[in-house]
Design a protein around this ligand. Structure first.
Ligand code: HEM
Length: 563
C-alpha cells in the first residue's frame, strides 16, 4: 500500500522520526533549507539587519519609489505588521537556529519538508520562520490564492535563491570562462533575463520538442533492452535499479543538450571510459553538493578537500560540454547548408542564432546540472506508483493497447497527444508525491500576503507537496485519482482543483526551462514500458523520503514481465 504523503508526513512529525531523517539527510543526500532541491538552493546570506535578505538587483531609488507606492495603498495600511505573523518564536541570541540543531532542536535545517508540514499544522496558512542566524526569514505560504498572487506579481526577473557553491564556481572560480554569461541556474536579475531570453525560444519551441521524439524513443528502447538483460531468475530488476534510471536520463540529456549519444547505457563500461566518468561525475554531484552546502560550508572561507573535488567535478562537466558543443559547431561549419534536412537540433539552433558557441555550452551545462536528477527521481516515483497500483496501471495499459495495437508502432506526437490517461497519471503522481517539494521566491517588493505587511527580501516558500494535498484545494485530496485531471469527454470526474495548489514545474517567467523535455521523456518511457511489460513490486512497501527530492526510499526491485 502506498502512504498518502500528507498523512505520511504528519505521521513522521514526532521527534524521533525527524531525527531518523536528520541522520539520513546528514549523510549528504538531502535537499536544503530551500525548496527547490534540484538546485539545492540555499538562502542568500546577504541580509539586512532585520535578518531579511536584500535583493542585490534592485536600484535603491526605484526601491524607495515602489515602497512608498505600495505603502500608500489601503491594502497595506489595513494589513497587520510583519512581526505579527505566527510562527516559532526566536529566543535571544540563538534566534530560531537552535530549532534546527541536532539533539536539542525540533527540526533539521535540511528537512524543510517536515518542517513545512509541521508549521502548517501548528500555525496555519502563513508561517514566519525567522531568526535564522545568517539567513533571511522563511515565509511558508499554504494558501493557494496567495501563492497565485505572489507568482502573478513577481515581475520580469523573479528571484529564486540558488545554490551558492554553483554561484561561486561560476562567478569566482571560473570567471575566466563564464565572464558575464552565467546561464540561468544561480543567476538573477538582468543577467538571468538576458540569458534566458536567448535560449528560451529554442528550448521550449514545439518544433524542437517534436524533433527529439524519435531520438529519445531509440534511447528508451535501448534502456528497456538493458532492463531485460538485468532481470534475475525471478524476473526482478536489481536493487540499484535507480542507478539505471539515472543512466537513462543522462543519456537523454546528452542527446538533447550535447547533440550526442554519450554511451551511458552500454554494458561493461570500463572505469576510465568517458561514459563511466560522466556517470561518476553525475553521481558525485548528486551525492555531495548537498553535503557541501549544508554540512560543510567551510569552502566559503577556504578551499576544503570537498570543495576542491567539487570544482574538479564541475570542470569535468564544463570540459564535456565544451567538447561536444565544439563538435557540433564544426559539423555545422563543414556541412553544406543545402544538404541540411529537417529541423535543426536544439544545439544547432542556439549556435546558429547566437553565433556564439559559449552560449550553447553554458546552456548545455545548466540543462545537465538540473536535468538529470529531477527527471530520474520523478521516474522512480512514477514507476513505484504504477507497480503498486495495478488497477491504475491496467487503465494506462488499456489506453496504450488501444492506441498502439501493434506494440512496435513508433510513437508520434499525435499518438502521445491521445494518451490522456497516461498524462493524467503523471500529473496525479506529481500532485500527491511532488518530486520537487516546493518552490520559492525572494520577494523583490514589499507585499501584502495573507493580510500581513511583508518586507522585500523575505523568502516566500510555496510548499507544493502540502498544498497539492489540501482538501481545501483538491476534492478528495487523499485519494489517488488521475481522472480528476481529465476532461469529461475523456472520462474526467468533476471536482475542485486549484490551479496553483500543485505546480510541479513552478510558474511564470522562471518556470522550469526543461519541462517540455521532461514531459516528453517521461511519456515516452511510460508508454514504451507499459505497452510491453507489466510492472510489479512484491517487497516491503517503501516510504517516501525527502532525500535529495521526494521519492521512494529503498531498492526499486520491480518485477518486469512481458505482456
Ligand atoms: C520531472 C522533472 C522536473 C521537475 C519536477 C522540474 C521542476 C522544476 C522547478 C520547480 C523549477 C523552478 C521553477 C520556478 O522557479 O518557477 C525548475 C527550474 C529549472 N529546470 Fe526543471 N524540472 C524537471 C526537469 C528538468 C529537466 C529535464 C531540465 C533540463 C532539460 C530542467 C531544467 C530546468 C532549468 C534550466 C531550470 C531553471 C530555470 C530558470 O531559473 O530560469 N528541468 N525545474
Amino acid at each position: 500500500m502506498n502512504k498518502l504523503p500528507l498523512r505520511a508526513w504528519r505521521s513522521t512529525t514526532s521527534e524521533p522520526s525527524l531525527r531518523r531523517c536528520v541522520s539520513k539527510i546528514g549523510g549528504g543526500s538531502a535537499s536544503a533549507t530551500n525548496l527547490l532541491p534540484h538546485e539545492k538552493r540555499r538562502l542568500d546570506t546577504r541580509e539586512s539587519s532585520t535578518g531579511v535578505a536584500a535583493c542585490p538587483h534592485l536600484a535603491e531609488q526605484e526601491d524607495a519609489a515602489n515602497a512608498s507606492r505600495i505603502h500608500a495603498t489601503s491594502e497595506w495600511q489595513n494589513a497587520l505588521p510583519y512581526n505579527q505573523i505566527p510562527g516559532p518564536k526566536p529566543i535571544p541570541i540563538l534566534g530560531n537556529t537552535w530549532r534546527l540543531m541536532p539533539i536539542i532542536g525540533q527540526y533539521t535545517i535540511s528537512d524543510v519538508a517536515n518542517i513545512s508540514s509541521l508549521l502548517h499544522e501548528r500555525y496555519g496558512r502563513i508561517v514566519r520562520f525567522g531568526g535564522l542566524i545568517g539567513r533571511p526569514d522563511l515565509l511558508f505560504i499554504y494558501d493557494a490564492d496567495e501563492i497565485e498572487k505572489c507568482y502573478r506579481s513577481e515581475g520580469p526577473t523573479p528571484f529564486r535563491p540558488s545554490m551558492p557553491s554553483l554561484v561561486k564556481y561560476k562567478s569566482v572560480v571560473r570567471k575566466d570562462f563564464f565572464g558575464e554569461l552565467g546561464g540561468v541556474v544561480g543567476v538573477h536579475g538582468e543577467p538571468w533575463r538576458q540569458f534566458r531570453s536567448r535560449v528560451q525560444k529554442p528550448v521550449l519551441q514545439l518544433s524542437t520538442i517534436r524533433r527529439y521524439l524519435q531520438p529519445l524513443e531509440v534511447i528508451t528502447d535501448d534502456f528497456l533492452v538493458r532492463c531485460e538483460s538485468l532481470l534475475d531468475e525471478n524476473e526482478e530488476l536489481p536493487e540499484d535499479f535507480d542507478n539505471e534510471i539515472h543512466k537513462w536520463s543522462l543519456e537523454c540529456i546528452g542527446r538533447v543538450a550535447l547533440d550526442t549519444r554519450l554511451g551511458c547505457l552500454e554494458s561493461n563500461l570500463t572505469p576510465d571510459s568517458e561514459p563511466q566518468q560522466i556517470i561518476d561525475a553525475a553521481k558525485y554531484a548528486l551525492r555531495n553538493v548537498a553535503t557541501l552546502e549544508l554540512k560543510a560550508p567551510y569552502w566559503r572561507y577556504f578551499p576544503t578537500p570537498l570543495w576542491t573535488r567539487y570544482v574538479k567535478n564541475m570542470n569535468f562537466f564544463v570540459g564535456v560540454c565544451m567538447k561536444y558543443i565544439q563538435s557540433a559547431t564544426e559539423r555545422l561549419k563543414t556541412q553544406d547548408p543545402s544538404l541540411r534536412a529537417g529541423e535543426p537540433s536544439l544545439v544547432e539552433k542556439v549556435i546558429m542564432s547566437e553565433k556564439d558557441e559559449k552560449i550553447a555550452t553554458i546552456m548545455a551545462l545548466d540543462l545537465i546540472l538540473v536535468g538529470i536528477d529531477t527527471i530520474s527521481m520523478a521516474v522512480c516515483s512514477m514507476l513505484y506508483q504504477l507497480a503498486t497500483r495495478p488497477v491504475e496501471q491496467q487503465k494506462v495499459h488499456e489506453e496504450l493497447k488501444r492506441l498502439l495495437p501493434d506494440p512496435n508502432t513508433p510513437l508520434t506526437i499525435p499518438l502521445l497527444d491521445q494518451m490522456h490517461h497516461l498524462k493524467a497519471f503523471i500529473k496525479e503522481v506529481f500532485r500527491m508525491y511532488s518530486t520537487v517539494i516546493g518552490n520559492g521566491r525572494t520577494l523583490q517588493e514589499d507585499s501584502v500576503i495573507c493580510g500581513y505587511q511583508v518586507p522585500k527580501g523575505v523568502q516566500a516558500v510555496f510548499p507544493t507537496i502540502v498544498t497539492g494535498n489540501m482538501e481545501e484545494y483538491v476534492t478528495d485530496a487523499a485519494t489517488f485519482r488521475p481522472e480528476r485531471w481529465l476532461k469529461p469527454q475523456h472520462g474526467g470526474v468533476p471536482g475542485k482543483l486549484h490551479p496553483f495548489a500543485s505546480l510541479p514545474y513552478g510558474y511564470g517567467a522562471r518556470m522550469c526551462l526543461g519541462r517540455r523535455f521532461a514531459d516528453l521523456e517521461m511519456q515516452i518511457l511510460l508508454a514504451k514500458l507499459l505497452r510491453n511489460y507489466k510492472l510489479e513490486y512484491n517487497h516491503k512497501p517503501l516510504d517516501y523520503a525527502v532525500t535529495f527530492m521526494y521519492a521512494p526510499d529503498g531498492p526499486l526491485r520491480f518485477k518486469m514481465t512481458r505482456v
